[in-house]
Design a protein around this ligand. Structure first.
Ligand code: FUC
Length: 782
């Protein structure tokens, strides 16, 4: 059995009879609101501060709620509204350059190779060289007669997934709730007044797209329709008003609600996108059909359905890191306090950040929708930063790091659908540009599933698909779902492996097998065999080999992969004891690059363990040398890495810097501009500090291993968590005091055996499906 995170700690071999409980794993499983799970401010978002507004989303439709009193603004998105149309980005004839680029690289002339991956023809880059941007959809503008507004508060309540504005005016309390319902596929906006007949407002629609119009349909519906220029996707949204009491009328293209007790707006929206090769859909019909489905439903029914759906996902994990008086302040002030070390005095903010990550994933990644892009699904810009695409050399993957451990495995569905598409478009790129079988993805993709290298030489990085396949395998490790493995994961993994079988070449300088041309993500120049590529391919081959054993298929292919794996460039230790980023020892001691690519094998991979002290120590040397993060996501990656290195205080310092230096008042992450990956990376990192699990794959899989509280930082001396998931099919709860575990509860979902570790203690549990096992700090049973 492979040893995880432990060099020579002998198993204590405890086989004590363990208490088998039938109670569910959880803290007090009440339905009460947790006031700690609320982001709030005492002022609206300024009109120009889109990213100060609060986000709601149902995985497909998203909205940003600004919270103005007399003028409310709600900007909204639908996740298939992108620029462009079906397009194959493959560069014809690129293959002719491949051999030349390889020759240049092996001759030590990276510049020669890079000249063939530039903007001028001939180039190995995609056609065209850039991919296309995600688009905003539209805006709702609400005008209320109220001026001022006392006792103002706007909040994003994570307990109920609702953006709420409350204020008083003229002795009346107004409440406005906005949520995005997954079951009803609608954005709902509800206005309530404490006194009857006091709800009066007008609402209009607009869009930044030039080719568009707003029409009044009947007496209570607006339609916003248009097309992304020049000849792209068509879109259509419907806004319907319902009121209790009062009247609804139309005026100047707006809906006017007058003197109602309460009023509800329903917003549906759709585009002509069918799939990445077909945009023949009818958006008007879909937006209308979605609206028709709501006919006869009351606001309360919509609320209840939304609550049931959201709670089913969100309530699975409870976290309490303690809270102090600092938690009583508005969220923007709490975030600002992190600039001066405030996180250590405000553990509740870390809890909020963790649960916000879970909230955001539920809000932007649900079955049937697109995966979370660089901005999740929220975007107000026709030209968003990096096109708000899916960048696959860290960002898209980081978005899904928390999914399994934070018990939101279902939210991976859009990612896996994307991978299926990429296996199709990536097969064309493999064939045309590499004369290879299988599929390849470089460092970005868009709605049209571009897979060819883009932008410049740093786009020539062929292991994006290998990395995405790791998520398929991880989903299997967490769920042990053989049907998923056979039908969804293995075909994509096998085909991704095939690409490398066909394209790995022998480096004449070293004799090792390498990817080339390649790039260690955004660092250095074009090279052969960067460490990250080798780690990704080892992970891909290992998991494909193991899947072939589990599924009892393709034994010859598995042998072939094992043979090639042994010839890949190994992880190497360089001149200052560091794990090398490149095949050659080129690392500089003053380099703190944002990408932590050579440490992929530490996190999210699981290739470095103390069982191999040489590589474990080199990885730690590099981690230390790289210092603090810079972009939000680079801090987030470092949180996860330090957690894996069992250093909770260093992980905490990166979290503290992320919140203090790279976080907006609404707790969104900043790359430079808003980019959501850091939110998800931080969520995963906090999870990793509290619980780690592995089921190592190197052709000889051992039992799952769970490590309790592996990287608890000093400021979180007491706390409790429940509902975290572990590989092998477990749900784990932990409580701790004075920095020490007091109790762990492990629910076995599938009945697998598991090796549980804490501070040098080690116990092997033989479990029954559904069994719950309670352990004390010595891992003795209760
Ligand atoms: C990668 C990063 C950048 C940015 C971009 C979207 O290229 O290196 O910092 O996050 O993705």
């Amino acid at each position: 059995m492979k040893i995880w995170k432990r060099a020579f700690v002998a198993s204590l071999g405890i086989s004590a009879a363990l208490t088998l409980l039938s109670a569910p794993v959880g803290l007090a499983a009440d339905k009460q609101e947790n006031p700690q799970l609320v982001l709030w401010m005492d002022h609206p978002a300024k009109e120009k501060s889109w990213n100060n507004a609060f986000p709601v989303g149902n995985g497909r439709l998203g909205a940003m709620v600004f919270g103005g009193v007399s003028e409310e603004h709600i900007q909204f998105n639908e996740d298939t509204l992108w620029a462009g149309k079906p397009h194959d980005y493959v560069r014809e004839g690129a293959y002719d350059l491949l051999g030349k680029m390889r020759d240049f690289i092996f001759a030590g002339n990276a510049k020669g190779a890079e000249a063939l991956a530039g903007r001028t023809s001939p180039t190995f880059l995609s056609d065209p060289i850039r991919q296309l941007p995600y688009q905003p959809f539209g805006d709702l503008h609400l005008t209320f007669p109220t001026q001022g507004g006392e006792s103002y508060r706007r909040e994003l309540n994570l307990n109920d997934a609702v953006a709420r504005v409350t204020y008083e005016s003229g002795g009346v309390t107004y409440t406005r709730d906005c949520f995005a319902s997954f079951p009803d596929q609608v954005i709902v906006y509800h206005v309530h007044a404490s006194r009857p007949g006091q709800v009066t407002f007008a609402v209009g629609m607009s869009t930044p797209h030039k080719e568009s119009e707003v029409r009044v349909l009947g007496s209570d519906v607006l339609e916003l329709s248009g097309k992304v220029q020049p000849d792209g996707l068509r879109f259509d949204a419907r806004l319907r008003a319902m009121a209790t009491g009062g009247t609804i009328s139309t005026r100047d293209g707006q809906l006017v609600i007058n003197g109602a007790d309460s009023a509800t707006l329903l917003l549906t929206g759709a585009t002509s996108f069918v799939n990445f090769q077909d945009i023949s859909g009818d958006p008007a019909r879909k937006a209308d059909a979605d609206m028709q489905k709501l006919a006869g439903k009351t606001y309360e029914q919509l609320w209840d359905a939304h609550e049931e759906d959201f709670h089913n996902l969100f309530d699975r994990v409870r976290l309490n890191l303690g809270h102090t008086g600092a938690a009583d302040k508005p969220t923007d002030e709490r975030v600002a306090a992190c600039r001066t070390g405030g996180l250590a005095r405000d553990p509740g903010l870390a809890t909020l950040d963790f649960q916000y990550g879970r909230y955001l994933l539920i809000s932007c990644s649900r079955a049937g929708g697109q995966p979370a892009n660089l901005q999740g699904l929220w975007n107000a810009d026709l030209n968003p930063p990096w096109e708000s695409k899916w960048t696959t050399n860290i960002n898209l993957e980081m978005n899904y790091w928390p999914a399994e451990v934070a018990n939101l495995g279902e939210c991976t569905a859009p990612l896996f659908d994307l991978i299926d598409d990429l296996a199709i478009s990536g097969a064309r790129t493999a064939k045309e540009q590499y004369h290879a079988g299988g599929w390849v993805l470089h460092h970005n993709t868009d709605l049209w599933r571009g897979t060819a290298p883009i932008n410049g030489p740093d786009g020539v990085w062929p292991t994006g698909g290998a990395w995405l396949c790791y998520h398929l395998w991880e989903h299997y490790l967490f769920t042990q779902d053989k049907d998923f493995l056979a039908k969804r994961a293995y075909p994509d993994m096998k085909s991704a492996s095939q690409f490398f079988v066909d394209t790995l070449v022998k480096d004449p300088r070293t004799g090792w097998l390498v990817t080339t041309p390649s790039f260690s993500p955004e660092h250095g120049g074009l090279v052969a065999g960067p460490a990250m590529d080798m780690q990704l391919i080892r992970a891909l081959f290992d998991s494909t080999i193991e899947a072939s054993h589990i599924l009892k298929v393709d034994p010859d292919f598995a042998h072939q992969l094992a043979d090639l794996r042994a010839k890949l460039v190994p992880d190497q230790v360089g001149h200052f004891g560091q794990l090398q980023e490149w095949e050659q020892d080129l690392d500089a001691e003053n380099d703190n690059h944002r990408h932590m690519s050579p440490l992929w094998g530490l996190y999210p991979g699981a290739q470095f363990t103390p069982a191999n002290p040489k590589i474990w120590s080199a990885a730690n040397v590099l981690l230390k040398q790289r210092g603090d993060g810079s972009t939000g996501w680079s801090y987030a990656w470092r949180i996860c890495l330090w957690a894996r290195a069992d250093n909770g205080d260093r992980a905490f310092s990166q979290l503290s810097d992320l919140l203090g230096k790279r976080t907006l008042p609404n707790m969104w992450d900043l790359c430079g501009p808003f980019q959501i990956d850091g939110n998800f990376g931080a969520c995963a990192g906090i999870g990793e500090m509290l619980l780690q699990s592995q089921q190592l794959t190197d052709g000889q899989r051992g039992d799952p291993v769970i490590e309790l509280l592996p990287a608890l930082p000093k400021p979180w001396a007491a706390g409790e968590v429940s509902g975290l998931r572990a590989r092998g099919g477990f749900e784990v709860a932990e409580t701790w005091q004075n920095g020490e575990l007091t109790q762990a509860t492990i629910k076995s979902l599938l009945g697998n055996p598991v090796d549980v570790r804490y501070h040098g203690h080690d116990v092997r549990l033989t479990t029954q499906p559904g069994g719950t096992y309670v352990l004390d700090a010595n891992l003795g049973s209760h």
